[in-house]
Design a protein around this ligand. Structure first.
Ligand SMILES: O=C(CO)[C@H](O)[C@H](O)COP(=O)(O)O
Length: 225
């Protein structure tokens, strides 16, 4: 198994019969969802809420029963990937563009379990790309306000046109030379009119499963100093 697969498959062990599960987005949690599909076929009873149209399609293909927030306002556990993880369990997410739904689903969950390979572990978010989801209308003025804070942004594109999220917004991939306090940066960015959400997931992750070359390690926030 590759590193992503090791982490992704291990995460499926945390899903117990009867659970309501948030299903993340990306190439690592893909392996979790495939493993859950296998277990559902073998009799595991769960319901899921997907964090993106892509994950919804995958879950349907695997016959994982899905539910809605109307039927199920709280979830037991969400499993998702991340682009960067610091030692104090802060995250950057949104590399796949699903950050808004991912944050909504994570916020509605009792536990957030993150699956990554060991290349996603960083000491700080300085010089890393932080996705910021913005309203398309007047996005240039929103971008200017982000630049005024020192953010070097790039409008995410796909095939030469702006990438549009599942929620019909744009993404500004933004780098800051220094991120001394990610929580403060999140608050300042969210206060800008036109910013819908950021990929900074502050104090949300409860545990991180890290896939390494030949092993898998589970780091738990409860155990950290
Ligand atoms: O936040 C995400 C999508 O919006 C993904 O979870 C994140 O980009 C990690 O993806 P991958 O496991 O493919 O590296």
């Amino acid at each position: 198994m590759n590193k992503k697969e090791l982490a992704g498959v291990e995460a499926a062990n945390y899903v117990k019969d009867g659970m309501k599960v948030g299903l993340g987005t990306g190439s690592t949690v893909y392996y979790t969802i495939v493993e859950l599909g296998r277990r559902v076929a073998a009799g595991l009873r769960i319901v899921g809420i997907p964090t993106s149209a892509a994950t919804e399609a995958l879950a349907k293909e695997l016959h994982i029963p899905l539910t809605t927030f109307q039927a199920c306002p709280r979830l037991d556990l969400t499993i998702d990937g991340a682009d960067a993880v610091t030692p104090d369990f802060q995250l950057i997410k949104g590399g796949g563009g699903a950050l808004l739904r991912e944050k909504l689903v994570a916020a509605a969950s009792d536990q957030l379990l993150i699956v990554v390979d060991d290349g996603k572990l960083y000491d700080s978010f300085a010089n890393l790309s932080i996705p910021i989801e913005v309203v398309p209308f007047a996005w240039e003025t929103t971008a200017q306000r982000i630049a005024n804070l020192g953010g070097k942004w790039t409008l995410r594109e796909r095939e030469g046109v702006p990438f549009v999220t599942d929620n019909h917004n744009y993404i500004l991939d933004t780098v800051f030379d220094s991120v001394a306090d990610p929580g403060r940066l999140q608050d300042v960015l969210k206060a800008i009119t036109g910013v819908v959400e950021t990929g900074l997931f502050i104090n949300m992750a409860d545990a991180v499963i890290v896939g390494r070359a030949d092993s898998v390690e589970t780091l738990s926030r409860a155990d950290s100093p």
